[in-house]
Ligand binder design. Structure first.
Ligand SMILES: C[S@@+](CC[C@H](N)C(=O)[O-])C[C@H]1O[C@@H](n2cnc3c(N)ncnc32)[C@H](O)[C@@H]1O
Length: 209
C-alpha cells in the first residue's frame, strides 16, 4: 500500500494557492473533466467548511453564477459569488433558507459532507452512507430537472444500494477516483448527470406514483 504523507504535493499546493484544504483539487479535477458548472449556474455546496470547494467554485464559475454553501460549522464565503449558511442540511428550515438564497432550483449540487469520525468503522460507514442518502434527498427537493450532482462516497457495505438509488434518479452516474485522493483511501465520487424528478426502475419506467 502507498505510504501516507500528511504534507504531500496537494497539501503544499493548497497552501501555496491560499486554499483552505486539499479537497479543493478533487473538485477542481471533477469540474474540469465534466465541464461543470455552466456560466450562469446556481450551485449548492453541502458540507462546505473550511471553504476549499467554495473557493474553486468561485474561481471556475461565470460572473452570473450564484453559490450557496451550507455547513454545521461557520465558514468564510471564499468568493463574492458565494453565500454561506451555518446549519444542518437535514434541517428543513436550513434547506428552505438555502433555496431562498439560490432563488431557484440548483443546476449543480456538490456534497463533500463527512461525519466526525468515531474510529468505530461500522458506525462511521453508516454515518457516511446516511449523509450520502441525505444529499440525494436534497437533490430530490432542490435540483432542477437535468441538473448535475457531485457527491463524496466511500466504498462500504451499503455503497451498491446507494449507487442504485442515484442511478434511479439520474440519467448517468459515474464512479470516479480523483488524483488528489490520498493513496489507499476508500473515498470516491459519484458524478451524476441528467437529474430525473421522478425516479425510474431498472427498465427505465417511472416507479413513483
Ligand atoms: C470534508 S469536510 C468538507 C470540506 C470542504 N468541501 C472543503 O473543500 O473545504 C466535511 C464537512 O461536512 C460537514 N457536515 C457533516 N454533516 C453535515 C450536515 N448534516 N449538514 C451540514 N454540514 C455537514 C462537516 O461539518 C464538515 O465541515
Amino acid at each position: 500500500m502507498a505510504h501516507y504523507q500528511p504534507q504531500d504535493r496537494y497539501f503544499k499546493q493548497a497552501r501555496a494557492q491560499g486554499l483552505p484544504s486539499r479537497a479543493a483539487f478533487k473538485l477542481s479535477e471533477l469540474l474540469q473533466r465534466y465541464h461543470l458548472p455552466g456560466p450562469r449556474a446556481r450551485v449548492l455546496d453541502l458540507g462546505c467548511a473550511p471553504g476549499g470547494w467554495l473557493a474553486v467554485l468561485g474561481r471556475m464559475a461565470g460572473d452570473e453564477t450564484r453559490i450557496v454553501g451550507v455547513d454545521l460549522v461557520p465558514c468564510p464565503a471564499m468568493s463574492p459569488k458565494a453565500t454561506v449558511l451555518t446549519g444542518d442540511v437535514a434541517d428543513p428550515k436550513v434547506r428552505r433558507a438555502a433555496r431562498d438564497l439560490l432563488g431557484a432550483h440548483a443546476d449543480l449540487i456538490v456534497s463533500d459532507m463527512a461525519p466526525k469520525l468515531s474510529g468505530i468503522r461500522a458506525r462511521d460507514e453508516a454515518r457516511c452512507e446516511e449523509l450520502l442518502e441525505l444529499s440525494l434527498r436534497v437533490a430530490a427537493e432542490m435540483l432542477k430537472p437535468g441538473g448535475a450532482m457531485i457527491a463524496k462516497a466511500f466504498m462500504s457495505g451499503g455503497f451498491t444500494q446507494i449507487l442504485g438509488s442515484f442511478r434511479a434518479r439520474f440519467r448517468k452516474v459515474d464512479v470516479v477516483h480523483t488524483a488528489a485522493t490520498r493513496p489507499g483511501s476508500r473515498e470516491l465520487y459519484l458524478v451524476a448527470r441528467g437529474f430525473r424528478p421522478a425516479a425510474v426502475d431498472g427498465t427505465g419506467k417511472d416507479c413513483q406514483g
